[in-house]
Design a protein around this ligand. Structure first.
Ligand SMILES: [Zn+2]
Length: 408
């Protein structure tokens, strides 16, 4: 992906304001007793404090990242599901990501890679089965496991099992009425509220749980020569199908769900669902595979997202809150350099930061996708000149851009 060096978009007064808010929130996070935290909450903190370590933030708490990491790994339950977000695959992804940062001299964390062998065994055993029974999605399914295996490259085992992920994606794609093969979500893999809307299942057009996430994952398989012909064929069919679903409605282009006889439209901006996340996925895919017409058409959708009146949502998280919107706009700004994306990113960062003005430790909401660790990582990306490579777990950047970010 063509990418310029990462720079802070929040500078001068706004930058100082956000910097002091981040320091205060991190102080509150740091002094939370370990006993209140489960393994994933501790790992999210380790990720946050590792990224923050180079930012010269002044906060008073003394943070021992290595002891947090050890405690987190001791507390991991083997009963966690194999999910990239909220499961064992997330544990493995964070450990591998921290290990890569350590090898690249970004952090001083101890080598923890051997820890991953046991989790890899569980993942490989599932992928070796003839039929994949789980979801195909990024958050809790095949694509999420694939994202972890991308992080494990260039290990031969990661390459071999990425090929198994492609095998299962190929087998689980089914023909639509238009004779195009994509991935249909069965009711068994929907939340209860989604099942009420789509009782017979349907096609999901969000990045987090749907087809755009598969497309974006496949683009990295093509770039890394993981069954490139098959990956590209699946990608091309899915892109064709998604573009056929463009259905302008009240300022938005993509519906969030399509189910027989019903199209569920949603107009809000967010990473997980809606035009912003979907178009960003296809835009980055187009950059990676070198498809200029797709890149231009998705840039148009993204510009329309930037033209929309900023939402004043009370949700600040990176999944579907304003800091996720800020972060995606910032990513697009760093890809194409158009000032409108920078302007919108700043507005959403400041709106998100304002939610933390009166933050106290009692207000802490755990988590990465919807909690404060993810929110603060997003704010850090706004004031930092270090590339936020943690967003590879959201398929918002790739290994190539990470390498470029490190070289500066
Ligand atoms: Zn969400």
């Amino acid at each position: 992906m063509e990418e310029t060096r990462w720079t802070s978009v929040l500078t001068d007064g706004p930058g100082e304001t956000v910097r002091s808010i981040v320091a205060r929130v991190m102080n509150a996070i740091a002094i939370t007793p370990y006993a209140q935290l489960d393994s994933l909450a501790l790992l999210h903190q380790v990720l946050l404090f590792t990224y923050a370590a180079r930012e010269h933030l002044s906060f008073s708490a003394n943070v021992d990242v290595n002891s947090r990491l050890s405690l987190a790994l001791e507390a991991v339950s083997a009963d966690l599901p194999l999910f990239l977000h909220g499961g064992l695959v997330e544990v493995a992804w964070i450990v591998e990501h921290l290990d890569r940062m350590s090898r690249d001299g970004i952090s001083g964390l101890a080598e923890e890679a051997n820890y991953l062998a046991a989790i890899d065994e569980l993942i490989f055993a599932e992928l070796d089965k003839d039929v994949w029974q789980g979801h195909y999605d990024l958050i809790s399914g095949l694509v999420g496991i694939g994202v972890y295996l991308l992080e494990r490259l260039p290990r031969p085992s990661a390459r071999r099992y990425l090929e198994r992920v492609i095998y299962h994606l190929d087998r689980s794609a089914t023909a639509t009425e238009d004779e195009i093969r994509v991935w249909r979500t069965s009711p068994a893999h929907m939340s209860s509220s989604e099942r009420m809307l789509c009782p017979v299942g349907g096609y999901n057009l969000g990045v987090a749980h749907g087809i755009p996430g598969v497309i974006r994952f496949l683009s990295e398989c093509v770039a890394n020569s993981i069954r490139p012909t098959k990956s590209r064929a699946l990608l091309d069919e899915a892109v064709k199908w998604v573009l056929m679903q463009v259905d302008p409605f009240d300022g938005s282009n993509f519906p969030c769900w399509i189910t027989p006889g019903r199209v569920i439209k949603r107009t809000r901006l967010g990473w997980c669902y809606g035009d912003l996340g979907t178009a960003a996925s296809l835009f980055q895919t187009a950059e990676i595979i070198g498809n200029s017409p797709l890149k231009m058409s998705m840039l148009d959708v993204l510009r329309r997202c930037a033209e929309r009146v900023p939402q004043r949502t009370t949700n600040v998280g990176i999944c579907h809150g304003c800091l996720g919107v800020a972060h995606v706009f910032n990513r697009i700004y760093h890809s194409c350099g158009e000032v409108v994306f920078r302007t919108r990113a700043i507005e959403y960062y400041l709106h998100g930061a304002s939610a933390f003005m009166s933050f106290g430790s009692a207000d802490h909401k755990w988590g990465f996708l919807e909690g404060n660790c993810g929110s603060v990582l997003a704010l850090l990306a706004g004031i930092s000149s270090i590339e936020p490579a943690w967003d590879r777990s959201l398929l918002l950047s790739d290994n190539v851009s990470f390498a470029i970010g490190l070289s500066h």
